[in-house]
Design a protein around this ligand. Sequence first.
Ligand SMILES: [Mg+2]
Length: 356
Amino acid sequence: MARASGRRRSAGGGSRPGEFQLIDALLGPFGAGRDGAAQGPGVLVGPGDDCARLQPAPGQRLLATTDAVVDGVHFDLTRCTAQDAGWKAVAVNLSDLAAAGARPRWLLCALGVPPAAGDLLATARGLGEGMAALCGRHGCALVGGNVTRSPAWSLTLTALGEARRPLSRAGGRPGDVLVLVGTLGLAAVGLRLLLGGARGRRTAAEQAALRAQTRPEPQVAAGLAAAGLASAAIDVSDGLLQDLGHLCARSRCGAELQCELLPRTALVRAADAASAARGGHRYAVSLAGGEEYALLLAVPPRRLERLLLALERAGAAWSAIGRLTAGRALRLREGGRRLPVPARGGFDHLGGAGPG
Ligand SMILES: [Mg+2]
């Protein structure tokens, strides 16, 4: 929180809040100010200087990732709260750290603020509250960033984490078992409910789907448990098929999925069935539903039992859903029979396509 890019404004000038008021609104929920004070372990200088000064723990690799969420693209402030949006901005980044088996440590935030649209300070504070709520769970400190004018609200976060033995998409081998942590398709169903807009009484299952969409839980504990045991990992942010494809490409493998083993709630089963009834794929939603933030792990069979035990100790719900194979083909099975591979693999943030 050192400087704003773009034109500086004095605090309180006109009806639009100044840059520093907006920064204070965002930092407030973290209990942080712009005085450079240390805000957690390993933070020597926090927000308020030109750079944060951080001290990684000895023997750890530093993992870095960045991801932006934009109003109207990744969230919609007319359908969710600012707290939801702040939470999600952190979740998508911590999910990438989870895929690296890394412990989240520090976060930098570039906030884009639109021209006067409602109470800007209240929205900035809400975004900060949502971010701080998820950061607090994982011991992750906000250590800096900036504020700039922007056509829409946006949060571009850079997350830094540490791991002694980081995981990557490469390293999987033919024969490795594919283990999925979390569920599939639930966030996609939640998005449909959100866009459907009906305000009637939600069932518990519908509320869970809405939560999966608005408050995704990054699989941080599972990633930490898998470090040193899994051969490869990726977080499922853009749909299982698409992200499995990325893992296979980096690991130079193919894969075979047993679709009947995919973890699906009753709502997702119903959504898949509805897709099939319209002539779509029998597993369209669970295979291609985006924004799920599940964790896909590959593990050599000799380490499978240790991995599953470690996941259970971490409180992670897992499903063994298939294997990596020789060659580059992706095959889908249901019981003994082959299923076609859907043409459209997942969510494209530039094209905006969702599951069919
Ligand atoms: Mg990712």
